[in-house]
Ligand binder design. Sequence first.
Ligand code: ZN
Length: 202
Amino acid sequence: MSPRTPVDTIIAAARWLDARGWMPATAGNCSLRIDPRTILITVSGAAKGALTRQDVMQIDDTCKPLDSDRAPSAEAALHASLYRLDPRIGAVVHTHSVPATVLGLPAAANSWNWTGYEILKAFPGVRTHEAHVEIPVFANRQDMTALVNEIEARWKGPPFPGYVLGGHGSYAWGVDMDEAIRAIEALEFLAACELERRRIHP
Ligand SMILES: [Zn+2]
């Protein structure tokens, strides 16, 4: 397998997610932790299907830019908070899909509880479709500090493999980019199933 740099990994991940329609209008973002205090993340406002190496930048764990005068993604604080919460997390991805956006409304803080779906086994540690997986749904906010505080408070409860921001999109993570992509793909697949199920059984 040819070696791939962390920047190339982010560019490839963003292209893959964009091709599924989950990164509309420059939305969404991807990051990798490259050392304990350094995060590689997509810059703000770049089309995710056509990123260049200049569209990926380093920030520290307080979101301070390290190697670029461009601004990191507007939601860099949410990525940084996940890396702080769990030192095993090596990659974070964020999408703006139609199913997750719609299902997260009305934007009252609540959660989705999924069971019975075979795809649940795509989440780390899940062995059977009979497992119960909870995905927290947080009301969307523009105040990143308030949102980070809310997510960090919820982290003290039962573990969850991703979360949704109502009317906004999804976050998922993993030890590396492959695991993060698998988690977001499972989350998006489940959101699409749930939307379809509600259409059939309103
Ligand atoms: Zn977003």
